[in-house]
Design a protein around this ligand. Sequence first.
Ligand code: ATP
Ligand code: MG
Length: 649
Amino acid sequence: MSEAKIYDVPAHYSAAGTRNSPEDYERRYAQSVQDPDAFWAEEGRIVDWIKPFTKVKDVSFNADDLHIRWFEDGQLNVSANCLDRHLAERGDKTAIIWEGDSPDQSRHITFRELHADVCRFANVLLRKGVKKGERVTIYMPMIPEAAVAMLACTRIGAVHSVVFGGFSPDSLAGRIEDCESTVVITADEGLRGGKSVPLKANVDNAIRTPGGAGVKTVIVVRRTGGSVNWDGSRDHWYHDLMAGESAEHQAEAMNAEDPLFILYTSGSTGKPKGVLHTTGGYLVYATSTFANIFDIREDDVYWCTADVGWVTGHSYLLYGPLSNGTTTLMFEGVPQYPDWGRIGKVVDKHQVSILYTAPTAIRAIMREGDAPTLESKRTSLRLLGSVGEPINPEAWEWYHRVVGDHRCPIVDTWWQTETGGILITPLPGATALKPGSATRPYFGVRPAILDNDGTLLEGVAEGNLVISDSWPGQMRTVYGDHQRFIDTYFKTFAGVYTTGDGAKRDADGYYWITGRVDDVLNVSGHRMGTAEVESALVSHDAVAESAVVGFPHDIKGQGIYAYVTLQAGVEPSDELRKALVAHVRREIGPIAAPDAIQWAPGLPKTRSGKIMRRILRKIAAYEFDGLGDTSTLADPSVVDNLINGRKAG
Ligand code: ATP
Ligand code: MG
């Protein structure tokens, strides 16, 4: 892996203007871990404080005395940092470019306009009796009103819980119940890929279940004008409420450790956790990481394709960009509509300079070949980003060569809902890239690798990825279940934050995420991450995507079972199956050769596009009952299909 291809910092980055050169990174990183208080005291001032902090950090990772506090005596407001502080210099600058599902719909909203709407909606919420600390559920499509709703909550100190608009009424009700929210903000319908999504009807259905029974107020944005049922005592049109409201509102002074939002994790490994983030540390971390990792410049047009329902949509679609005064693009649609060239066309239309997306999207676009992407010029792009899963080197190379035209560095950013912001990542002006590696830690982040007994491994190593010290964006608790927070993250290994992911560190100190620890394969006593075997399969021309799990094997203990999705137009055959086994054997070695390959027209993914290997493990083991929580699956029919395939094979 250390012999992997290396991409140096391109000349247009190493020239003046980049935020961090290689020397800057080494110097600032060393300073940040030697004296975190001094580093974060300075970095903390990149946001505006109503009352400046005097204490920087008070943390213990000891499970018996767990506490995590940052900037605790300071006061600030997130919405004021995202809006008010830019009005003097950037009032007429575009804050949000909205690109509709249909290519002929888009809007530009300036910081001044967004500020006015957020103030109005803050007043609406107050008039509806929403109090500081109260939880508000947001179940919305990707429209600017979603940003208005989130920012207005932060403005008055209400705690938002954004639930992805693709979730079912039951999943929505579960999340409403878990955080006891009485107010839901939604839209009549969403629009994705030309199809409408019945959001208001889903809210009605959620409220009919016991979980949703506590909801007293529903505020509805009119998006499509489709017909909806109406309960006059509970439902209100957004535009009616906004019409009479004042565009002035004084942002509430929040304590740094006041709750900011709750967000449920994707549920790849089990029941989603209500991750709670607080105000000061989160905002400092989102603001700092966004500026440095995307090497932000004043005239950037930045596009993150994540939905606001995921943490990426919080930290790097909304809060990080707006806090830095950056123009952020919000896309309502999907990459394949009206055709697979859409991403490139949106880049050209709005002259996007930075594109941040997920490996699942990259693999899907790649599966269609280069032609759709090459219909666009993409000359405005300067930088690309990836997040959500390990990116296979093959997909990385394609993203670099075709989307970025060999010109744009790729920041492969590793982080979690729990971490609030990116922890391991290249910096574009500072880090030479290796495809498939998330490279080096961000400032102040201390990753370490432990073996299963908790012994710290130095130098070149592979094992459990943990973080040895706190960073400001760290989650503070699982909402309503602090014990689950302690048990999940601080009990496995003493004194560190356990990520649940595995990683390798190479001779250059680069980190390679090998997949989730729960998914690790153990073949004849050899432990192997899923990412490596999957990447070997994807590097074969015929393969678009793959997922690898262990299954019971008489001799080896565990065998390797591979689910393979072929490139568009490729037919499965026994020869191909043999060729793939031989290919993996050649790429990694005999130990990694799959014992079984099942053709998979689709893989079970969470609604955020992550492969759910725990379900695949059960299918491979012939355990078709008790697949666990499947409510976060994007397309449950994929599972039946694979079960049938398994029975037939
Ligand atoms: P749950 O915790 O409920 O099982 P989840 O882990 O999928 O869900 P997220 O917080 O959205 O929820 O995802 C974080 C995980 O995504 C990381 O722990 C890691 O496994 C994976 N991940 C994110 N970014 C990267 C990346 N750049 N490289 C490798 N893996 C990544
Ligand atoms: Mg997780």
